[in-house]
Design a protein around this ligand. Structure first.
Ligand code: SIN
Length: 278
């Protein structure tokens, strides 16, 4: 697609693009919306710099893709129950999301996308890595693909997989119920908009495959996790104050790099679009 209202600059071979030419503090035209949507599907993870946004602006931009969704374990900021703050203070050592994963795969309808808005960035560090799960699937052997195509994953939030300690700046909820959040999804999903197959296994939440024991499943989960985050499948989003990022959880995993101790990093985070996995 030739873009007329935005510029789109890929940031890596596998995925990721920087978009420029839009002001998200105002409603977008239909053409801007359609071009950004196209870039999102094509590049899997996008970001736009120098945005001055409030909660309403984020909700409006999210709704161009789907209705904002809820994270089950954190209260939203005042007036925006779905939008919550991720904050790491200079005296804290743990961060949130510092392991490869796709978001909340233990829900029956996980969010199609995750939006992050950077309100305060460390001077250096604090990037988010993203990994392309279409490529992860496509580069497996035919035999492995055949086997995975028939597998169902079991995904859990139990056993402190929600990172209670890392989340201590947030008002948490439901943390005594994490074991109840268990879902089953295909290990290989078909993206409903692109029609492409993507690997949907992550060692953070995939506790086993259905009809298999955890001991049988975990070596395969570990292999797939190492495979699906090979360097050539990844890109890094470098945050600056005012950067708005959006990645597609249907074809991406992400990892928040914890390399900025002694500095503050503040993000607003909004899950977008609860959808059954097919
Ligand atoms: C997460 O959603 O896992 C955190 C991402 C980040 O803070 O970069």
């Amino acid at each position: 697609m030739g873009y007329e209202t935005i510029t789109v600059k890929p940031i890596a071979g596998a995925l990721g693009a920087e978009i420029a030419g839009v002001d998200l503090s105002r409603p977008l035209s239909n053409q801007q919306r359609s071009e950004i949507h196209d870039a999102f599907l094509r590049h899997c993870a996008i970001y736009i710099r120098d945005q001055e946004l409030d909660g309403d602006d984020m909700m409006r931009f999210a709704r161009y893709f789907a209705e904002p969704a809820f994270y089950p374990f954190a209260e939203g900021i005042p007036g925006y129950p779905q939008l919550f703050e991720l904050r790491k203070e200079p005296d804290q050592l743990k961060n949130v999301g510092g392991r490869w994963h796709s978001d909340t795969t233990y829900l029956d309808e996980p969010p199609i996308a995750t939006m992050l808005y950077c309100r305060e960035a460390p001077e250096f560090g604090g990037d988010t890595m993203v990994a392309n799960q279409y490529l992860a699937y496509e580069t497996l052997s035919p035999g492995m693909k055949r086997m995975l195509d028939g597998l169902t994953g079991v995904y859990s939030a139990g056993g402190d997989r929600t990172g209670r300690e890392e989340n201590k700046n947030m008002t948490m909820r439901n943390t005594d119920r994490t074991e109840q959040y268990v879902a089953e999804h295909p290990a290989v999903r078909t993206h409903p908009e692109t029609g492409k197959k993507a690997l949907y296994v992550n060692s953070e939440h995939t506790v086993r495959f259905k009809d298999m024991a955890a001991e049988e499943s975990l070596p395969l989960v570990e292999f797939l996790q190492a495979h699906c985050t090979r360097p050539e499948f990844t890109a890094r989003i470098r945050w600056e104050k005012g950067t708005l990022g959006l990645w597609d959880n249907r074809c991406c995993q992400h990892f928040a790099i914890n390399d900025y101790h002694g500095q503050r990093r503040v993000m607003w985070r909004l899950p977008v679009g609860a959808e059954a996995v097919v």
